[in-house]
Design a binder for this molecule. Structure first.
Ligand code: HEC
Length: 143
């Protein structure tokens, strides 16, 4: 079989599998009271903004700033400040755990970022923060 043909077949198979993935939504639907859903989604948008600000701060070698954003907008402190306890009782256990993973990973990143000499370690810790976003999004939806 020619190399071109093989590549084409592989691409078609790949496109097919991602299409079927998109049409069969396997995520668990979690029904939240509207007010709590709105609050959670506004937190989500802030999570994304915080990630962007963290990456910017890292690029400018402002490790302290990156640590503060992570701790107060995503970390264990954020968990206490932003009322995630209100939503927690409506969440299945796995989702609550995923949320806790995010807060823990963000605090771990903040501690790494404060050890300024360990930028590589900080980046690795940051990728674990993003992995926790990915894991929860892959498993749950609210609408
Ligand atoms: C505990 C689970 C969980 C974690 C952890 C989580 N999310 Fe979400 N997020 C959700 C759910 C559920 C939705 C709604 C998805 C849906 O219904 O289609 C959502 C939606 C969003 C949205 C869309 C908001 C809107 O206005 O529609 C953004 C942006 C987002 N998340 C960013 C993030 C980022 C960035 C992280 C990590 C720093 C993160 N999330 C971590 C569960 C989570």
């Amino acid at each position: 079989m020619g190399k071109k043909l093989l590549t084409t077949i592989t691409l078609l198979l790949f496109a097919g599998s991602s299409l079927s993935f998109a049409s069969e939504d396997a995520r668990v639907l979690v029904k939240l009271p509207q007010k709590i859903e709105n609050h959670m989604m506004s937190n989500m948008r802030d999570h994304l903004m915080a990630l962007n600000e963290i990456i910017q701060a890292l690029a400018e070698d402002k490790m302290d700033k990156a640590a503060k954003i992570a701790e107060y907008r995503l970390g264990m402190s954020a968990m206490k400040l932003h009322g995630s306890q209100k939503a927690a009782p409506y969440m299945p256990k796995g989702m609550r755990q995923a949320g806790y993973q995010l807060h823990k990973a963000a605090t771990r990143f903040a501690l790494k970022a404060e050890e300024e000499e360990d930028k590589k370690g900080a980046l690795k810790a940051l990728s674990e923060v993003v992995a926790s976003c990915v894991a929860c999004h892959a498993a749950y939806r609210v609408r």
